[in-house]
Every structure is written in structure tokens, then in C-alpha cells.
Design a protein around this ligand. Structure first.
Ligand code: PEP
Ligand code: MN
Length: 369
């Protein structure tokens, strides 16, 4: 689908877009106190949840519409733009009535096409920036679908927020970043602004800066971070919120590297270095081609002797030997295992093909005879 997407929030070159504010609006005083401290830092937009999608009932589900008045006050007293999450038609109407500048769709909304469509329908004929968080599950198509639905409603100022993906089992993250997914989205829609919500990725304070830096190094356009005047007392997401002062330090500490330059010496040198990479990749893949050829030969030989493809002991032996080799070359065990598993799988596929074709040949010979 051909899309005409414009910047959701004005961005100054070389500076990330900064959206910050509490997870939830709790009181007028808390909202104003946070906003005033953040306004001094020159942020671009103040965030605060009014309607909170909580995993289980009984947790704090947001103050509701009364909080819209507090956000209005933030605008009047600080001049900051304000944004809040909308999850249904009523939220959209109320937020528009209150003069909210930017709307965002939460991860639990993006995942549901009915909800996204309801919001899109409520936005017909309105010109307001909309930020779309990734769905909770790692599905770029679903994320794209939400962008398309909102765009079809006539909204052009659309951005996306990467907040990580739900996973099962132990993890250092609250939501796994799976950076390749936002990168893929950016490849599909290069003009869309992409904001990193490090708070919901990390779920804790000590890793927020590293994730923010990673996003900057991947050429993300900005950050959305949860900031609370007294984080430990927050009514939602306490473990990941930081004070305005800590947030100020985090932003100051970010290294913003540019995506390109006109420096001739740099361009020539990077070209040489890249040629080296290209040559190595060529060698790597022609070797892999040779490896598959060898695998096919083994397949034919096994087939002739009626031996099965997978031999666990042989696979274990190769894996252990290669992990050891990888260690000598400074490669992590995880990387070697991932690569070798993929190569092994491809070899099995090649062998399966060879064995199937030799066995069908045999079978057809038999039927002829
Ligand atoms: C939030 O931003 O507070 C929030 C609820 O986020 P998400 O939709 O990413 O879970
Ligand atoms: Mn939150």
C-alpha cells in the first residue's frame, strides 16, 4: 500500500525527539511537578497515561478523564505538547475535546485489528499525529497493519514506538527488544519516525541508558521514557521509572552519531573497509555452497547404504568442536551455536532432497521391473 507519511513530531537535526513523563497520571500535583521539571530540560512532548491497560483487574487502571484536565494545565503552564494513550472510540473523542496534541496506541491495542479500526474510524477527518506502539507479539505485519488502518483514515503524521516484545521464560528485559523487527519496519516504511520506549523494554532503571544509546546507534528518531518525581511510589511501573534529574543525565550522556558524512577521507576509508567485508562475505558463502555440496554427497552415500540423515552423536561432536574453535577466534558460544544450527539445518534439507530423489528413483525402477 502506497503511503504518504509525514513526521509525527518536529525533529531538530542531530537531536533525538524526547517524549517523557509518568507512566500514569496520579494527581494534578504529580503531573505538573514532573512536567515543569521536564520542560526545563527542553523535552519535545510530555507523556502520561490516563486510561491504563493493566494485565489484571484490581491494579490501578488510570485516573480516567479527570486527568485530561491536568494535561491541559501542563500545556498552559509549560507550553509542552502532551500525549496520552487511546484504546477506544470514547478515549479518542475525549482526548480530542481536551486538546491533546499527540495520541498513542498501546501494545495491547495494536495487537487487535478491531480496536485499531475503531480508533481509525473515530479519527476520520481529524489531523493529529498518532504514534503506534509495536504489538506485544513479534509480528511486523500486525504493526504494519495498524499503520495502514490509521493512514487509511486520513492521518499522515504517523510515527512508531518500539517498546519490545513479550516473551516466555527468564530474560534480562521486561520486553525483548528484538531490534531486527523495528529495523525491518524501517526498511518497509523508511520515512516513518521511530521512537524507542526504553522503559517498557527494560522494566528496570539500571539498563535504561544502554538501551537508549543502542536505539540512537541504530538511527532511531527519539526516545519515550517514563519519568516520575518519586519513582518508588509510582502507582504503576514503579521499577522502571526515574526522576527528572536522572532522566536529564541520561539524555545528556547519549552519544549521537550521524548516519552519514561528506568527509572525503572518511568516505574513502570506509569504502576500503567495506570492500574487505564484501570479499569475506563472498568467500563465506562460496564455502557454504561447497559445504552443501559435500552434504549432498554424504546424502547420496547414506541413501545407498540405507542410513538415516540425522546422527545425534555426530552433530554433538561437530557442535562441540566448532564452539571450541569459535572460542579461540573470540566468537561467543551462542553465536557459534546459532550459526552452526542454521548451517546444519540447511545441510539436512539438502540431504533430505537428495535422499528423497534417489529413493523415488529406486521405487520407480522397482515398479517398472
Ligand atoms: C505505557 O506506555 O505506559 C504502556 C501501557 O505501554 P505499552 O502499551 O507499551 O505496554
Ligand atoms: Mn508504563
Amino acid at each position: 500500500m502506497e503511503m504518504n507519511i509525514k513526521p509525527a513530531i518536529d525533529k531538530q537535526p542531530g537531536k533525538p525527539i524526547i517524549i517523557a513523563g509518568p507512566c500514569s497520571a496520579e494527581s494534578e500535583e504529580q503531573v505538573l511537578k514532573t512536567a515543569k521539571a521536564l520542560a526545563k530540560q527542553g523535552i519535545d512532548c510530555f507523556r502520561s497515561g490516563i486510561w491504563k491497560p493493566r494485565t489484571r483487574p484490581g491494579s490501578f487502571e488510570g485516573v480516567g478523564s479527570i486527568g485530561l484536565g491536568w494535561l491541559k494545565k501542563v500545556k498552559e503552564e509549560t507550553g509542552l505538547k502532551v500525549t496520552t494513550e487511546v484504546a477506544n472510540r470514547e478515549h479518542v473523542f475525549e482526548a480530542l475535546k481536551a486538546g491533546i496534541d499527540v495520541l498513542w496506541l498501546g501494545a495491547r491495542t495494536t495487537v487487535n485489528p478491531f480496536s485499531v479500526q475503531e480508533i481509525a474510524d473515530a479519527l476520520k477527518g481529524v489531523d493529529i499525529p498518532v504514534l503506534i506502539k509495536n504489538p506485544i507479539n513479534p509480528d511486523v505485519k500486525l504493526w504494519m497493519g495498524a499503520i495502514e488502518r490509521i493512514h487509511k483514515a486520513g492521518i499522515t503524521r504517523i510515527g512508531v514506538i518500539h517498546r519490545g516484545f513479550s516473551s516466555f521464560g527468564d530474560s534480562n528485559y521486561r520486553n525483548e527488544p528484538r531490534w531486527q523487527l523495528p529495523i525491518e519496519l524501517k526498511r518497509l516504511v523508511p520515512e516513518i519516525q521511530i521512537i524507542c520506549d526504553n522503559s517498557h523494554i527494560c522494566g528496570r532503571r539500571d539498563t535504561l541508558a544502554a538501551v537508549a544509546q543502542k536505539a540512537m546507534d541504530l538511527q532511531f528518531d527519539g526516545l519515550m521514557t517514563e519519568v516520575h518525581p518519586s519513582p518508588d511510589d509510582a502507582w504503576s511501573d514503579a521499577a522502571q521509572q526515574i526522576t527528572p534529574a536522572v532522566f536529564g543525565k541520561l539524555v545528556k550522556g547519549l552519544k549521537i552519531r550521524s548516519a552519514s558524512t561528506n568527509d572525503v577521507e572518511y568516505l574513502e576509508h570506509i569504502d576500503d573497509l567495506r570492500q574487505e567485508i564484501d570479499t569475506i562475505d563472498k568467500d563465506l558463502f562460496s564455502l557454504l555452497g561447497k559445504r552443501m555440496n559435500a552434504a549432498r554427497n554424504i546424502g547420496k552415500y547414506k541413501s545407498k547404504n540405507n542410513i538415516s540423515i540425522l546422527q545425534t552423536s555426530r552433530w554433538n561432536e561437530i557442535l562441540n568442536k566448532t564452539i571450541e574453535l569459535g572460542r579461540e577466534k573470540g566468537l561467543s558460544d551462542g553465536f557459534v551455536t546459532q550459526i552452526l544450527t542454521a548451517i546444519h539445518q540447511e545441510s539436512i534439507n539438502h540431504q533430505t532432497k537428495v535422499m528423497n530423489s534417489t529413493s523415488t528413483k529406486k521405487a520407480s525402477k522397482k515398479t517398472k521391473a
